[in-house]
Design a protein. Structure first.
Length: 463
């Protein structure tokens, strides 16, 4: 199973940073009729929102704050469209989707999909192409919906064989967070710009006698755990996954760049990381940072607001942020998204599309900002209110780094192909073994190379 790097999002609503920006109208005007002021932003679209009134759709979403932010507006969607919504959250939405997809029952209409499964599910004909809905003027108002305003790099995650199958509802990228106070005390004035610089910085701020560790990286196995962070490092060191993706899927797991990147992780964690790093997942690393025990981490951008939440963090106001470090291979912030798609066996595809269009529209995304600062809209990342409010996150360094990372993120950060699941899981075992010291980076990746080459042959990706 593939899940996101965040199967459960961090608590963001206690922040107070963005809560005052937007009042969720749906929560305050439950008795309003269609046409009331809270529906005005949607009624400006030149489509008949009520063309599927009376139909019922089933929606499966992951359990996270972003989903809660969307759910607060469901009553508005019903008043707008007359469509009944059965909206359910799941800790493992991918498995829920698969149960329905494999059975062919088609009981789900709208699915929230991990961007890494899109290629495999397209090959299995699980997902409905969205192009015909986007181009149908009876179903979509091009000008109003403005799909071009949805982050282009992340829209690419839903494209397979030139066709769009899903839209990015919850995009995610990564960055470095560092303790500005501890770095300043050590004479460091900025986030690390290279991995060599980061290791040197970590050495200066590590104080093991007082249980302060200069760096925290995820060592726990899993394509959504250590591989997700390792990829930024390996890419920067000139490493990768294949000889020439997607035309030549000969694996290059034990390449010089990958071995050097893994060795860097091993050395940094052994010298400057907390005990037990090989078994630490994102939750453990984050907790160490929040509690003041880890002075710098490579993590996803939703960590920034959480670090400023006094209910979760003892280090509020002490953090800065920087773009992930660079190397000979360039700069590689992560790219992932939870995406919305239509089940190919759905009996209510038109109603499902109206929901996807509504949920990803600028008015809904704007309203959701009262609970979470994450959005899929270019225009909202540039909204003056968000710019002003974000100055409280990571001492004002968070939003500029987010915007830069979103711009340079690469849709092929991890290779998007149907065989990724097995490949990512096997690679993650090798990374954990190297960090744990049960195998050298070279030996661990040599073993993974052999196994992954076999996997790819058996999957008919190579000969």
């Amino acid at each position: 199973m593939i899940v996101s790097s965040r199967s459960l999002a961090r608590p963001l609503l206690a922040l107070g940073v963005l809560a005052a920006l937007v009042t969720p109208r749906a929560a305050t005007t439950q008795a309003a009729r269609p046409g009331a002021s809270d529906l005005a932003p949607y009624l400006s679209a030149h489509i008949n929102w009520r063309q599927f009134a009376g139909q019922s759709i089933n929606i499966a979403m992951t359990d996270q704050v972003d989903t809660d932010a969307l759910r607060q507006h469901l009553a508005l969607f019903h008043r707008l469209t007359g469509i009944n919504v059965n909206f359910q959250k799941y800790g493992d939405v991918t498995q829920k989707n698969l149960t329905d997809l494999v059975s062919g029952a088609g009981t789900l209409d709208v699915m929230q999909v991990d961007s890494m499964v899109v290629p495999q599910w397209v090959r299995l004909n699980y997902l409905e192409p969205l192009g015909p809905y986007l181009s149908n003027s009876k179903l979509t108002d091009d000008k109003w919906f403005n799909v071009a305003d949805i982050l282009p790099k992340f829209r690419a995650l839903g494209v397979q064989n030139g066709a769009t199958y899903a839209l990015p509802e919850y995009p995610e990228t990564s960055m470095v967070f560092y303790r500005k106070d501890l770095f300043k005390k050590a004479g460091i004035t900025h986030a690390p710009r290279t991995y060599q610089e980061w290791a040197a910085d970590a050495a200066k701020v590590t104080d093991k006698a007082h249980h302060v560790y200069g760096i925290g990286l995820i060592g726990l196995k899993g394509a959504d755990q250590n591989v997700y962070r390792w990829t930024s490092i390996a890419r920067a060191f000139g490493g990768g996954f294949f000889k020439n993706f997607p035309s030549d899927l000969t694996p290059t797991i034990n390449s010089q760049g990958n071995v050097a990147a893994t060795q860097w992780m091993v050395d940094a964690l052994n010298k400057y990381g907390p005990p037990g790093a090989a078994s630490m997942g994102w939750s453990e690393v984050d907790t160490g940072a929040y509690q003041g025990q880890i002075a710098s981490i490579l993590d996803t951008f939703d960590n920034g607001p959480a670090m400023e939440d006094p209910h979760a963090s003892k280090t509020v106001g002490k953090w800065g942020a920087g773009v992930v470090p660079s190397g000979p291979g360039g700069t590689w912030p992560s790219e992932f998204s939870w995406m919305m798609s239509i089940h190919s066996k759905s009996s209510h595809k038109g109603a499902a599309w109206l929901f996807i269009q509504w949920a990803n529209s600028a008015p809904v995304m704007l309203s959701k900002l009262n609970m979470t600062p994450i959005t899929n809209r270019v225009s909202l990342w540039n909204d003056p209110r968000i710019i002003a409010a974000s100055k409280k996150i990571a001492n004002g360094e968070w939003l500029p780094v987010v915007r830069q990372s979103l711009e340079i993120a690469n849709p092929q950060f991890r290779p998007r192909f149907p065989g990724w699941l097995q490949m990512g899981d096997r690679l993650s075992i090798a990374i954990q073994e190297a960090i744990a010291g049960t195998a050298s980076p070279q030996a661990a990746l040599d073993s993974a190379q052999r196994d992954i080459a076999t996997q790819l042959r058996m999957g008919h990706y190579t000969h």
